[in-house]
Design a protein around this ligand. Structure first.
Ligand SMILES: Nc1ncnc2c1ncn2[C@@H]1O[C@H](COP(=O)(O)OP(=O)(O)OP(=O)(O)O)[C@@H](O)[C@H]1O
Length: 265
């Protein structure tokens, strides 16, 4: 059953992705994800988080269903997909000879704005992320963290209703982490659906309203940070004994005591 016509939702059902006949996502179904949500995708290494984003962005073939507002993401024309999804990979290639403004403008082509308006909008995105001073710098002259923010600028520039971000803060210092998470939180509050892979559970709990825990290519748990981040989940999924303290203002502390006796289930 689809959700109402007035509220678009991302509906993922029975999504399956295999690499060389080896299933990585097996029959994955998610709760409906809505505009306005900042969803954190968490789970151990190699569990299929990036593959899920890549499947939704149609960078790897997938079977099953992925629908947005009733439309089939797995089959819609490429131009419509480019207007619907902004995807940020873990990093932009180091070797690209383009500068930051040029890669941002490239991403905006799907919006078909007049040239002058396009450049102003691209500069506004760079300012929002605090990298307008890097506009004319080539990607291969940037640090890893600067390249990561440039990748985020590229994804945001599309102004698409769905944003898929693959570890947007992994190369960033604390101040830049805050700026990036504040920016994506505001985008969600403005009506975008933001789905972001995060390894830092404290960051996920602080900023996301919904957590999806992926384990071995399946959804292990989902819900609010309080509901999803529990000692039981950390033992089963991550194979660690840990204490979880949910404090005020959405802060969560995860204190790892050591490896669990049994490896992850
Ligand atoms: N192009 C590919 N060809 C073959 N196997 C792949 C490919 N990309 C990923 N894999 C494998 O698929 C599995 C899931 O990878 P994926 O990158 O989705 O995990 P992840 O949860 O994002 O991991 P991490 O947290 O380490 O980034 C891994 O075992 C990985 O080796």
């Amino acid at each position: 059953m689809s959700t109402t016509n007035t509220t678009p939702a991302l509906e993922v059902r029975h999504l399956t992705v295999s690499y060389r006949n080896r299933p990585v996502l097996g029959d994955l179904s998610l709760p409906p994800l809505l505009p306005g949500q900042l969803v954190a995708l968490v789970g151990p290494n190699a569990t299929g988080k990036s593959t899920l984003l890549r499947a939704l962005a149609r960078l790897v073939p997938a079977s099953g269903q992925a629908r947005w507002d009733g439309q089939d993401l797995l089959a819609m024309p490429a131009a419509a997909l480019a207007r619907t999804i902004g995807y940020m990979p873990q990093s932009l290639p180091e070797t690209a000879a383009l500068n930051v403004l040029e890669v941002t403008l490239t991403a905006m082509q799907a919006r078909a704005l007049p040239a002058r308006e396009e450049e102003l909008a691209a500069m506004a995105v760079l300012e929002r992320l605090g990298i307008d001073d890097l506009a004319m710098r080539r990607l291969d002259q940037l640090s890893g963290g600067q390249r990561q923010v440039a990748a985020l600028a590229q994804a945001i520039a599309r102004d698409s209703p769905i944003l898929l971000l693959d570890e947007p803060t992994s190369a960033l210092d604390l101040r830049h982490q805050w700026r990036v998470m504040d920016t994506v939180r505001r985008l969600a509050d403005g009506g975008h659906l933001v789905i972001t892979v995060l390894h830092d559970l404290a960051l996920a709990a602080q900023w996301a309203d919904h957590i999806l825990v992926i384990h071995r290519g399946r959804l292990h748990a989902c819900g609010t940070p309080q509901a999803a981040i529990t000692p039981e989940m950390l033992r089963t999924v991550y194979g660690v004994e840990a204490r979880v303290q949910h404090c005020e203002r959405g802060r969560t502390m995860v204190l790892i005591d050591g490896p669990a006796e049994a490896p992850p289930a």
